[in-house]
Design a protein around this ligand. Structure first.
Ligand SMILES: Cc1cc2nc3c(=O)[nH]c(=O)nc-3n(C[C@H](O)[C@H](O)[C@H](O)COP(=O)(O)OP(=O)(O)OC[C@H]3O[C@@H](n4cnc5c(N)ncnc54)[C@H](O)[C@@H]3O)c2cc1C
Length: 458
């Protein structure tokens, strides 16, 4: 029997999609120019048992299985492989439990990040990881990519909130990893190993996340700069001052203009670069931290800076930061970088990105989780301009190489997927790369879990 016939016999009706028109929605994520091929089928599981059935059948047929959340990834991690089965988690989107005493939530992988955050808020609790894709991306995808976000500079990334999970292994076993207690060191941290593994080591069917009490209100500090390097120096100064911002984001005039043209938010585009800082320390200490941040902006050459008392205005600026990517995407194919460098290297790295843009004659816009040193140069090319595309790809490589020279990493939060496989090979010691292969071989002995992503298939 064919794999499709077996799955049709095993799974309840309505789980399997083979209609080519519908399949097109599942072919790739948001990464520009990452290759993809036609899958055999998409399965939309409703239970962990459905997932287990699919993996077991795929083991028997040695067929690749690719997990997919919302497809907002920016590395090609969720892209289809020829003849593969895509497991799309859109119908496993239940929040099973929010526990106020233990401060944890148990969720299915298809829960959308913002939905979890809203549900937690009803209990006076907070799930901090807040990627700018929070209105669409799923907790399963966030865990599989170890997603970061705006408040991570103070509160950490997804990894810091994952306590445990249930997974289907590469041999089709359904197991629990990690814990649901505040502490625990029983054995190797296999739940931690799954975080950021991009669907290559196991399929996540349930996640237990740590929550925090509702956060205090934030104060916003905005600074306008006429040079991106000065803005980078201000970032270094803020972090060096000892203030721990609850956000420190950078957005340049290309992004502000694109968002304003699209959403008509009435944003000022007088500045070349805007730094948006936030502090959430309560009372006089918070006031003092906001003032310290503003002073750092001024010291580093801000042409204008203010502690905002206008919630609507500051929310509009943060909204612009979140919308920058889809706004720029409207201008043409957009290749998104995701390097992360030490804070002390942020000004020089930003300067280097400007030089690379000029050298390759490519428009590079910039957004950044600047307080983490996590920079997202956005390489924009005119539609259909193949020469520009080639230049953009050279610029992409140059940016990666520069980040490594500055002591950084090739991906801060988007993951390796397909786009950063060459970069990963440059970053990792060959011995460490062979450790990666050993882990993959051990947990996915038949090589069916998202093969050819993150590390090359041997
Ligand atoms: C506008 C925009 C803004 C963004 N902002 C940020 C940001 O601020 N921070 C950030 O970190 N990222 C950001 N991203 C990138 C993206 O949103 C994140 O990588 C996100 O975590 C992907 O979630 P997803 O549900 O879309 O996963 P997908 O793109 O569907 O999948 C991502 C990876 O996870 C794997 N996967 C998905 N579900 C499972 C599962 N159940 N089990 C095992 N593996 C699984 C997939 O195979 C793939 O490798 C942004 C993207 C966009 C388009």
């Amino acid at each position: 029997m064919s794999l499709l016939e077996e799955l049709t016999g095993d799974l309840p009706a309505g789980r399997i999609v083979t209609d080519p028109d519908v399949l097109t929605r599942y072919l790739h994520d948001e990464a520009e120019w990452a290759p993809y091929e036609a899958p055999l089928a998409v399965v939309r599981p409703r239970t962990a048992a459905d997932v287990q059935t699919v993996v077991r059948r795929c083991v028997a047929h040695r067929t690749p299985v690719i997990a997919r959340g919302a497809g907002t990834g920016l590395s090609g991690g969720a892209n289809a492989i020829a003849g593969s089965v895509m497991l799309s988690f859109e119908q496993m989107n239940a929040i099973a439990r929010i526990d106020e005493l233990e401060r944890l939530a148990v969720v299915q992988p298809g829960v959308v990040n913002d939905d979890l955050r809203s549900a937690c808020a009803e209990h006076g609790l907070w799930y901090p990881p807040d990627p700018a894709s929070a209105p669409w991306s799923t907790i399963g995808g966030n865990v599989a990519t170890n997603a970061g976000g705006l408040c991570c500079v103070k509160y950490g990334v997804t990894r810091d909130y994952v306590l445990g999970m249930q997974i289907v292994t590469g041999t089709g076993e359904l197991v629990r990893l990690g814990r649901s207690t505040a502490k625990g060191v029983a054995g190797y941290d296999l739940a931690g190993l799954m975080v950021g593994s991009e669907g290559t080591l196991g399929i996540i069917t349930e996640i237990t996340v740590r929550l925090r009490p509702r956060r205090p209100a934030e104060r916003t500090v905005a600074g306008y700069f006429d040079s991106i390097v000065s803005a980078g120096r201000a970032v270094e100064a803020v972090i060096g001052s000892g203030v721990i911002p609850s956000a420190l984001e950078l957005i340049d005039r290309h992004c502000l203009r694109a968002v304003d043209d699209w959403k008509k938010l009435g944003l000022s585009v007088d500045a070349d670069v805007v730094l948006l800082g936030r502090v959430d320390t309560v009372g006089a200490a918070g006031e003092s931290e906001a003032e310290t941040m503003r002073a750092c902006f001024e010291k580093c050459g801000a042409t204008w800076s203010a502690v905002s008392t206008d919630e609507t205005e500051s929310e509009a600026l943060f909204q612009a930061r979140r919308l920058a990517y889809p706004a720029l995407e409207r201008l043409g194919p957009l290749l998104t970088e995701d390097i992360c460098v030490p804070i002390g290297a942020v000004p020089d790295m930003l300067g280097r990105i400007e030089e690379i843009a000029a050298h390759h004659d490519i428009l590079i816009a910039n957004i950044a989780h600047a307080g983490d040193g996590n920079l997202h140069p956005l390489l924009i090319t005119p539609p259909g301009d193949t020469a520009a595309r080639t230049r953009a790809q050279s610029a992409f490589t140059d940016i990666i190489d520069a980040a490594l020279r500055f002591g950084g990493t090739v991906t801060g939060e988007h993951g390796v997927g397909l786009l950063k496989m060459n970069g990963l090979a440059k970053e990792l010691d060959p011995v460490v790369m062979s450790m990666h292969h050993a882990v993959k071989q051990s947990l996915d002995p038949y090589g069916i879990l998202n093969p050819g992503k993150v590390i090359p298939t041997p």
